[in-house]
Design a protein around this ligand. Structure first.
Ligand SMILES: [Zn+2]
Length: 145
């Protein structure tokens, strides 16, 4: 049975994906054996699948998505950092006040001194992450335009 090229070309994607019946594929193979145009068509199909043509628009979109994702990741990371450092600083100063200072009988002052520089380090971390957060958000807004 000789099928028209048009029917064969409709079936080629199915044939390429190996989802058509055995009968259909043998008919297609039969047709391809003596129809170079349809062989070309099959080659084109293979090329399309192997190298999907990505338009500039799609590339831009993917780049934007990936950029946005990276930025969101950075922003949430800095937010988490801000939260942790703010909590850390608060805990240090609260602990310092709760523990309090004590003068031993021999006159030495016992104070949880270490908590003060640690608290200030947390404040510094908070400020740095605040700045980073602003920078990342600003970059984001510029890109959106
Ligand atoms: Zn043909």
């Amino acid at each position: 049975m000789r099928l028209s090229c048009e029917i064969i070309r409709d079936l080629l994607p199915l044939y390429y994906d190996k989802v058509c019946s055995k009968e259909s594929s043998s008919l297609i193979e039969e047709h391809l054996a003596d129809c170079p145009q349809c062989v070309d068509e099959l080659q084109k199909l293979k090329m399309d699948f192997q190298n999907p043509t990505i338009t500039d628009g799609k590339v831009k979109l993917m780049e934007n998505i990936s950029e946005k994702w990276k930025r969101d990741k950075r922003v949430s990371f800095t937010k988490g950092f801000m939260l942790v450092s703010a909590l850390g600083a608060m805990l240090c100063f609260i602990a310092f006040n709760v523990i309090g200072a004590e003068v031993l009988p021999d006159g030495t002052l016992v104070e949880p001194f270490a908590l003060i520089p640690i608290g200030y380090i947390f404040i510094l971390m908070f400020i740095i992450s605040l700045i980073c957060n602003f920078v990342f958000l600003k970059k984001y807004k510029i890109k959106i335009k």
